[in-house]
Unconditional design. Structure first.
Ligand code: GLU
Length: 270
């Protein structure tokens, strides 16, 4: 089987050893290895980070195949996916502010990370009135209804075998944000399908996201790829590497005189 995989960084900062590990694993496994810039967050993403990421990958000798896909360059395609979900009656407008959501989540019995569902139950007249008055709104997936419409789903996780998807664990996720007419989950499933990705190779911190992405694939008629959720590299303090750990960016390591071979050697031993 030909393995098509992708490395999909968000250019909100420079790459660190954790990203390098993910990219290196992907490049090793894939026959075709694609790079995708997940740049829909136009406030946090910066063109200079996208350039820096390409420089780092090239310096490490992790050469990608074909063109780099920038998500902001094809926003209209996400809209088609959204329209399809809307036609299935699975989306609703959410007018809640972050503060309102946080307040509802702090109530007794509320789940702290899941949207409390306030706007799902909003009467149609109020919805219409708010929309006509120009109140900003996001579009959320009615996840329970969506789960009922497609029935049980599973995905193959290389480390765990077949896993039953439990999309409701993430609640009613946002599919179109107030500021951008799409969202992380929608773009990922759309682009993985568009790019013919057969194996999603990414950190195990995204295993939770897989549950909801599998649901979106079923709703949109996309194939579900194989998932390889790899371990996360930890820093000297035992915490996972993050973009804020500036000293460990590949750029900093390069400036300190470390060679690409040494970095790859470290990744091999990780
Ligand atoms: N853009 C995501 C990130 O940088 C990765 C998305 C994915 O691999 O599915 O965390």
């Amino acid at each position: 089987m030909t393995i098509i995989s992708r490395f999909a960084p968000s250019p909100t900062g420079l790459l660190h050893m954790g990203h390098a590990y993910s990219a290196w694993l992907g490049r090793q496994r894939a026959d075709t290895w694609l790079v995708r810039m997940e740049d829909i967050d136009t406030i946090r993403c910066k063109p200079e980070f996208a350039v820096g990421i390409q420089e780092d990958l090239a310096w490490l000798g992790l050469n990608w195949d074909g063109h780099i896909l920038f998500q902001t360059r094809h926003l209209n395609q996400y809209n088609q996916a959204l329209t399809s979900l809307q036609a299935q009656g699975l989306l609703y407008p959410c007018f809640c502010t972050r503060a309102e959501i946080a307040k509802a989540q702090s109530a007794p019995h509320a789940h702290e990370n899941i949207y409390p569902g306030t706007c799902r139950a909003l009467p149609l007249a109020i919805r219409t009135q708010r929309m006509e008055a120009g109140h900003p709104y996001a579009l959320r997936l009615d996840t329970k209804r969506a789960c009922h419409s497609v029935g049980p789903l599973r995905f193959f996780d290389e480390a765990l075998g077949w896993v039953m998807a439990e999309p409701w664990r993430l609640g009613d996720i946002v599919l179109a944000r107030k500021d951008v007419p799409t969202s992380y989950h929608l773009c990922v499933v759309h682009d993985d399908s568009l790019q013919g990705v057969t194996h999603v190779i990414r950190g195990e911190d995204l295993r939770e996201a897989t549950h909801i992405q599998v649901l979106l694939q079923a709703l949109l008629g996309y194939e579900t790829p194989v998932y390889v959720h790899h371990k996360l590299l930890l820093g000297a303090d035992g915490k996972r590497l993050a973009k804020r750990d500036k000293a460990l960016t590949l750029q900093a390591l390069r400036v300190s005189g470390l060679s690409p071979d040494k970095i790859i050697e470290r990744l091999r031993q990780a």
